[in-house]
Design a protein around this ligand. Sequence first.
Ligand SMILES: *[C@@H]1O[C@H](CO)[C@@H](O)[C@H](O)[C@H]1NC(C)=O
Ligand SMILES: *[C@@H]1O[C@H](CO)[C@@H](O)[C@H](O)[C@H]1NC(C)=O
Ligand SMILES: *[C@@H]1O[C@H](CO)[C@@H](O)[C@H](O)[C@H]1NC(C)=O
Ligand SMILES: *[C@@H]1O[C@H](CO)[C@@H](O)[C@H](O)[C@H]1NC(C)=O
Ligand SMILES: CC(=O)N[C@H]1CO[C@H](CO)[C@@H](O)[C@@H]1O
Length: 572
Amino acid sequence: MTIQLLLKPACCPYSLLGLLALILSGKCSYSPEPDQRRTLPPGWVSLGRADPEEELSLTFALKQQNLERLLELVQAVSDPSSPRYGKYLTLEDVAELVRPSPLTLHTVQKWLLAAGAWNCHSVTTQDFLTCWLSVRQAELLLSGAEFHHYVGGAAETHVVRSPRPYQLPQALAPHVDFVGGLHRFPPTSSLRQRPEPQVAGTIGLHLGVTPSVIRERYNLTAQDVGSGTSNNSQACAQFLEQYFHSSDLAEFMRLFGGKFVHQASVARVVGQQGRGRAGIEASLDVQYLMSAGANISTWVYSNPGRHEGQEPFLQWLLLLSNESALPHVHTVSYGDDEDSLSRAYLQRVNTEFMKAAARGLTLLFASGDSGAGCRSVSGRHQFRPSFPASSPYVTTVGGTSFQNPFLITNEIVDYISGGGFSNVFPRPSYQEEAVAQFLSSSPHLPPSSYFNASGRAYPDVAALSDGYWVVSNSVPIPWVSGTSASTPVFGGLLSLINEHRILSGRPPLGFLNPRLYQQRGAGLFDVTHGCHESCLNEEVEGQGFCSGAGWDPVTGWGTPNFPALLKTLLNP
Ligand SMILES: *[C@@H]1O[C@H](CO)[C@@H](O)[C@H](O)[C@H]1NC(C)=O
Ligand SMILES: *[C@@H]1O[C@H](CO)[C@@H](O)[C@H](O)[C@H]1NC(C)=O
Ligand SMILES: *[C@@H]1O[C@H](CO)[C@@H](O)[C@H](O)[C@H]1NC(C)=O
Ligand SMILES: *[C@@H]1O[C@H](CO)[C@@H](O)[C@H](O)[C@H]1NC(C)=O
Ligand SMILES: CC(=O)N[C@H]1CO[C@H](CO)[C@@H](O)[C@@H]1O
């Protein structure tokens, strides 16, 4: 009980029994994440309670300072009409700005030390602490928590999580946003494998998407590759013990590489690459990022912080805050239902995206592969947005299909393309006009009870997401689909544009959305045909939103026409 005595929260008496009574009644403690979903996601099973002496790691998100100033800076550096456009902050500048107050640092450290959590690591911005402690210590520190082992996911990942909510002493409320490593399971990948389209008499024509199909459709020439003379680089991140094999990359490039110069291997793996079988998601990301952003140095974040107690997505965010020289473009093909995550977590992760935007990093997220999504709230259906796709500080990528799956011509909506409106983040000013225009002119708007028209609307852009070839474990696999595929493709193309910008002495693109919406999607092919899927009920009959001229919440502004996009994004 040294913990509480040390902090002496005003409401707490010194006697143990009185203290316990107060904790149980919730009076001198608080729940940072009462709204976090704690049910087991599909495909996971419990293996019983963790041993009290077992080590686990928890991540404490400390309250940051100057978040209003951070917002102003993000807006200034991302707005081409601002004199500060492209004048990005360094990680050290960001640290100077958001670093927790001395009182916060002191209070949290004292509390942790008193509980015996002395093995803690901070990041450059000092706003996260990752601590190693025993299950016994963790359960004492986080009242209510109870740690169990779980296994699940395609790679049979092991995690330690608490099915019960945790509370913190009331005195920490002004100092801690939330504690990571208790509830959230690894995010799911936006990947699907679909059956081959059955069209009679078409055998032998263009069958599926390869790098040469991508490069032809998006009008790239053999010259559109990285020069090797800039310090340009790009990255993708994996969270589900998904590994790629270098030999698959070589085989993929040999089979599908065609006539463009590319790099034969990944420049840097951050985190742990297990020896296991390759995952399709990881193979896809690496192979298409490196063939769209051809000949550009590529990093892979691989299961960062894979230890059982950790949240891999959170650990990836920590890595971003702990290294000053990072690739300019990051693509991530994972997400969760927005409603499964606590407000505290969503807001804080959104702030982490703002920190990245201030530094000029471009973060691309897959929009998801369930269309508008569907859930039932008190017996009524509504759409289900996903996160990070719904964050206003990332660029979200939707998906398209070829109108004729055997010809490299027009793209239409891929019905799985994730899109919609956030229930948490209000519509950011940069998309005000585009979204208002869509809402007032779409002839097929779903009933207004299905979505929150005031929320951040996504996706922002799109690319092909249907029928990709991937090489995984030495085997070419056809018909891999999902916004998992479109995201690295779009990311690779932005890296090629960064290459030109850097070589002509300009800063990299950074957070793209303000510019994208200001230019009203210039340089993109406007996808105007098709709708995505949603609730299978009589009211909407499986249909979500429909694409149309200009921006829409299915394919955003559209798919890249590389030469035109390069022209519009080269200056200033
Ligand atoms: C951040 O980087 C420093 C220096 O490399 C390291 O000592 C520290 O452990 C890192 N923090 C975390 C949370 O990994
Ligand atoms: C590809 O990159 C390498 C350096 O990694 C460079 O030497 C080479 O010139 C580049 N190829 C082209 C066609 O620019
Ligand atoms: C709608 O979105 C706003 C933020 O834009 C949020 O404050 C509000 O709670 C949301 N409404 C519902 C019913 O989720
Ligand atoms: C590529 O260029 C052709 C010819 O100008 C054009 O028809 C096509 O729409 C372009 N591709 C995209 C994705 O815009
Ligand atoms: C982000 C990135 O790729 N930075 C590289 C820039 O060049 C130096 C020196 O070659 C590398 O050490 C960095 O990793």
